[in-house]
Design a protein. Structure first.
Ligand code: SAM
Length: 276
């Protein structure tokens, strides 16, 4: 199973402590993309939804809240340590239409024709065989059901990632390195080619762009450092860490409008139907 994953179960297990440390306690601290996904996929009360690569619970928690008492959401992920945090968050928001399943998205443990909708936010980049993953989503969808995959757009159009990575590379005196894997499906047509190849019909792509208002820039930067760079930043002494914070505060200044920082985010949605 390990060989099927681009970055592997051990990688995600290793990252789960920094993800759970920075996750929301209840509803997402930035629910914008989750709400866009719910609207664009037309998720409605009473439906049965499967969320793949759910991690610490996004968008599963928000979908569960949108389904009301009559629907059902299954949060599914390769990494049980991530799902433990999703479960904690669901309890905190009083969500009882949610269930959890640890499963590899290329070999799902669900029956054929089970779900009205399958979602996946920032997960499809990771299985080695993305078409096999999309075929599995197709298999577990009911005829007439639909899938919505959200992936990050290009690296250079996502300042939350490149600003911090560049500053850390500079602080370490290193090259920035290749574009991170999370942006590997960010070009137009990449998602639709996967969905077409898997057998979905009426496939479309949409841009999901928004500016996230950031009230507490230091908190935003600290969370990003813990989530993505804790091993690196832990090596810094206090002075180097203070200098890095100063560099990052300055690097985010161009995104300040009328006194508040607004972080541009660019994701893409791939959407398709299972033929009736
Ligand atoms: C970038 S995180 C996204 C988590 C969440 N959906 C979010 O948007 O915050 C990617 C998640 O995909 C999971 N994952 C990676 N490869 C997977 C695979 N092959 N099958 C199922 N889940 C996988 C990881 O365990 C991780 O929780």
């Amino acid at each position: 199973m390990e060989g099927q994953n681009q970055v592997g179960r051990d990688h995600w297990k290793g990252r789960s402590s920094s993800w759970t440390a920075t996750a929301a306690q209840g509803l997402s601290t930035d629910d914008t993309l989750n709400q866009m996904l719910i609207e664009l996929t037309g998720i409605a009360p009473g439906e049965r939804v499967l969320d793949l690569g759910s991690g610490t619970g996004d968008p599963a928690i928000s979908i569960g809240l949108a389904l009301g008492d009559s629907g059902a959401i299954t949060a599914c992920d390769l990494t049980p340590e991530m799902l433990a945090k999703a479960r904690e968050r669901s309890v905190n928001v009083g969500l009882d239409v949610i269930s959890f399943a640890a499963s590899e998205m290329t070999a799902l443990t669900f029956e054929n024709n089970t779900f009205d909708c399958v979602t996946c936010r920032f997960g499809l980049m990771f299985p080695e065989d993305k078409i096999a993953a999309a075929r599995e989503a197709l298999r577990v969808l009911k005829p007439g059901g639909r899938v919505g995959y959200v992936v990050w757009g290009p690296y250079g159009e996502n300042p939350p990632f490149f600003v911090i990575r560049r500053a850390i590379a500079e602080a370490m005196g290193q090259e920035e390195g290749p574009v991170p894997h999370r942006h590997s499906l960010g070009q137009p047509r990449q998602l639709s080619e996967i969905l077409d190849s898997a057998g979905f019909v009426s496939v479309e792509e949409r841009d999901m762009r928004y500016k996230r208002p950031v009230d507490d820039l230091d908190d935003y930067i600290n969370r990003a450092l813990i989530r993505g760079y804790s091993e690196t930043v832990d090596q810094f002494d206090d002075a180097s860490r203070d200098a890095l914070m100063d560099t990052l505060r300055a690097a985010f200044e161009p995104y300040r409008e009328d006194g508040r920082v607004y972080m541009p985010n660019y994701a893409r949605l791939g959407f398709g139907w299972k033929a009736v």
